[in-house]
Write a protein of this length. Structure first.
Length: 568
């Protein structure tokens, strides 16, 4: 943990000297020497007493000022120490604690952990081809420990196990006949098969050599100057951008099969494939702007050879999720900067609601005419959950009150998840509005009594600063309460980043942005990514007009047609 000295801010104490008046001289002085001498001695004594009173008052003020400054210093240092303790506790929890957001910290004992939750019944029970129905005609609830049937669209290979001929004679001497079958199914897999496609093009010539020969045309290829087939490029992109396999490891996979393709060549093929797919990315961005609201977030990515930046510095992948309800779109964009100019450029021309977290870089975009800014409740809840983790063990505190109230807001959203926008709007007005009012009253009461730099104080300040934008989701029934849709879109990139760690060049980072956009949009539209991308890589090179490219967009292809191609 990196520690820095606390910044002490001292407020000037409100102190003032008491009102002290010097004794006034008489209007007339005595004429005799004795009386004048007595008067002067009295005046001198009075002035000396007044100066002494002023000196004592000044010393008292100095002591009070020192006490005030020391008190402020002690209070701020104490708050800083408490802040460090809270950060230490949270850091330990993030590294070792239990989290609902599963990480990859236990990949090596994954088999043992998952096996502990399985049963012997699940491992050996026969698999029924059809789900039985009850007398009422409704499907029965799957019994605990029973496996679901395997997908019907998978190809079946029948292996018949017959009774030996010598055992088919009944003890009464009659030959037995087949009266039924017992069927069980096993999930099987065919290992990756690498093969060579030989394109043989016949050439026809004039027997008399009068006219030029004619050769069959080779269909357009994704990368004409390479020896990679469309299906090979599809698998290359899937293993990297869906399965999170670095190119170096895929090079080893190919090498195990006797094929040597250097990772540098694989990288060039990835960049070339992204250039081929760029028109689809452009069309998807156009559709992204057609939605009434959009999610946006950013995450770091390291690019080694970024101009004017050190190899260890951070660049950013910006993610936007939106589009019409029947055409969900996820768009990734690479940029070396995290400044507010980036989202302003990416969303130039967009009009509608924008959901983000509280990062200040979105403020300039939020001030753009036609954009209504929403802020994510999940980020607020996360900060209060962190505040609960630094409380005394086993005790509930004020942070738990906020978590409970926010939980009620989410409970309403879960209840009306499948309702119409109109029904959800009425529910929010009837139930969410009173909860928000209660939460606001609690915020105003609690915030002044909490140290600003504490975990709870940070959560309270965050909620206070963004309150107006947090509560805007109740204006309509279709607006989201949080930015989880965008965070879910970022997660595959973050998981992949843990494996491949960095991009070598900006060209590679931009290629990754294009390919992640297409594959995550395909998934958002219900497609199996490999099936959809294989169709695109086969058909896109031959597309000549915009209509032919648009036909390959995920919402213009039928999922069942693509799935059926998987068995060919």
């Amino acid at each position: 943990m990196h520690l820095t000295a606390p910044k002490i801010t001292i407020q000037r104490p409100e102190l003032s000297l008491p009102k002290i008046e010097f004794p006034s001289l008489p209007d007339t002085f005595p004429t005799d020497v004795a009386s004048l001498t007595a008067l002067l001695h009295a005046q001198h004594a009075a002035h000396f007493a007044t100066c002494k009173a002023i000196e004592l008052a000044a010393a008292d003020l100095q002591n009070k000022a020192i006490d005030s400054i020391e008190s402020q210093m002690h209070e701020q240092v104490r708050d800083y120490i408490n802040h460090l303790i809270e950060q230490f506790v949270l850091a330990r929890h993030r590294q070792f604690g239990v989290s609902s957001e599963q990480g990859q910290g236990r990949l090596f004992d994954e088999a043992e952990v998952l096996a502990a939750d399985s049963t012997e019944v699940q491992d050996i029970a026969p698999i029924s081809a059809n789900t039985p129905a009850s007398n009422s005609g409704k499907p029965t609830v799957k019994a605990r420990g029973k496996r679901a049937p395997l997908p019907t669209e998978l190809p079946r290979v029948e292996i018949v196990h017959d009774v030996p001929v010598s055992e088919r004679t009944c003890p009464c001497g009659t030959a037995m006949v087949v009266i039924g079958q017992q069927i069980s199914e096993q999930l099987d897999i065919v290992p990756m098969q690498i093969r060579v496609l030989r394109h043989v093009r016949n050439t026809y010539g004039c027997p008399g050599s009068i006219h030029a020969p004619v050769t069959a045309v080779l269909p357009p290829q994704p990368l004409p100057k390479s020896n990679a087939s469309p299906d090979f490029l599809t698998m290359l992109l899937i293993v990297k951008y869906i399965d999170g396999l670095p190119l170096a490891r895929f090079e080893y996979v190919l090498n195990r099969h006797g094929v040597k393709v250097p990772r540098q060549t694989l990288a060039r093929w990835v960049i070339g494939a992204a250039a081929l797919l760029q028109p689809l990315h452009n069309l998807m961005r156009d559709t992204l702007f057609d939605g009434t609201f959009m999610h946006m977030d950013e995450t770091v990515v390291q690019v080694l050879k970024e101009k004017d930046k050190s190899p260890t510095s951070s660049s950013y992948m910006w993610v936007q999720a939106g589009g019409p309800p029947d055409k969900p779109v996820v768009i990734y964009d690479y940029d070396p900067s995290r400044s507010g100019a980036v989202p302003t450029r990416l969303l130039l021309g967009y009009q509608g609601y924008l959901m983000t977290d509280g990062y200040e870089g979105y403020n300039a975009l939020a001030r753009t005419e036609g954009i209504e800014h929403l802020v994510c409740w999940a980020h607020v809840r996360r900060k209060f959950v962190e505040a609960t983790r630094v409380q005394a063990k086993g005790k509930k505190g004020r942070a738990d009150e906020a978590v409970a109230l926010i939980g009620k807001l989410y409970g309403i959203e879960r209840t009306y998840k499948d309702a119409t926008d109109g029904e959800r709007y009425l529910a929010r007005q009837a139930m969410s509005v009173p909860i928000l009012a209660e939460l606001r009253a609690w915020l105003d009461k609690t915030r002044p009594a909490v140290a600003p730099k504490s975990a709870l104080g940070t959560a309270l300040s965050y909620m206070h600063d963004y309150w107006c934008k947090l509560t805007r989701y109740i204006e309509r029934g279709d607006l989201p309460i949080d930015n989880n849709r965008c965070e879910n879109a970022i997660r595959p990139f973050v998981i992949g980043r843990k494996a491949w760690l960095f991009s070598d060049t900006p060209a590679g980072a931009n290629a990754s942005a294009v390919i992640y956009s297409l594959l995550q949009t395909a998934k958002a539209n219900g497609h199996e990514p490999y099936a959809w991308l294989r169709r695109v890589m086969r058909d896109l090179p031959a597309a000549k007009v915009v209509e032919e490219i648009e036909a390959l967009l995920p919402w213009n292809l039928h999922a069942m047609d693509l799935t059926s191609e998987m068995v060919k």
